[in-house]
Design a protein around this ligand. Structure first.
Ligand SMILES: [Mn+2]
Length: 228
């Protein structure tokens, strides 16, 4: 299959304004492939809206969603009161308020089954011939199939070395307070802190540009080669 663009969007964290604007600017088509790097939920104002929008988008184009540590929290909270209690401190509260803005009625039971099905379909990682997409990071010295899957959601973008496969690793999770992606060539981090006054990033992998939007409705484009 000949694909137009290979696109990746970093940690959305409920930032629906930024996500909508980003999709307007990038205009993904059925000939592109879009990878969502996880942490779609929590912290920002509209998790429910972001999930709805991605579910709609998946009907129209190839969309791969990866599991972030926040989706893992939410998943665990469904089956355990203790996990749900701690999730409230880590973004669960904002997530549930997006399903019912009445604080007294906020309850994990308000999340509809089709949203659970969508979130539970998120993958640990996604590979192409030349790239590995993952939420957190990978152990550079182990093949993906031999790694503990918690690494994919929790490992930070620190002391980064090339993966032994030789593939480029594209990830989110480690928020860049600068609002600018980190481009080490062999590895790229595009969590640019959308939910805390930063930017939401869509990387055009082969075009080597990053499209960015924020919750204030601003847009800019960065040349990835200028970020070395
Ligand atoms: Mn994360």
């Amino acid at each position: 299959m000949v694909r137009d663009r290979l696109l990746a969007i970093g940690d959305i964290h409920g930032c629906l304004t930024a996500l909508k604007l980003l999709l307007e600017k990038v205009q993904p088509t059925p000939d592109d492939l879009l990878v969502i790097l996880g942490d779609v939920i929590s912290r920002g104002p509209d998790t429910r809206g972001c999930i709805e929008l991605l579910m709609e988008l998946q009907e129209t184009m190839p969309l791969v969603c990866l599991m972030g540590n926040h989706e893992e929290y939410m998943h665990d909270a469904r089956d355990s009161d203790i996990a749900c209690g701690s999730w409230m401190y880590f973004g669960g509260e904002e997530t549930l308020l997006s399903y019912d803005s009445d604080y007294a009625k906020a309850d994990i039971e308000n999340v509809p089954d089709r949203h659970w099905e969508f979130i539970e379909s998120f993958q640990d990682y996604f590979e192409t011939d030349h790239e590995i997409f993952v939420h957190g990071m990978v152990d550079p010295d182990l093949p993906l199939a031999e790694q503990d899957s918690t690494e994919f959601r929790w490992r930070k973008f620190t002391d980064v070395r090339p993966h032994l496969s030789g593939k480029q690793v594209i990830c989110g999770h480690t928020s860049q307070k600068s609002g600018i992606p980190v481009n080490l060539k062999h590895s790229i981090c595009i969590d640019t802190n959308a939910c805390r006054g930063g930017w939401l990033t869509c990387l055009d992998v082969n075009g080597e540009v990053a499209h960015q939007t924020n919750e204030d409705g601003e847009y800019r484009m960065l040349d990835m080669n200028s970020l070395e």
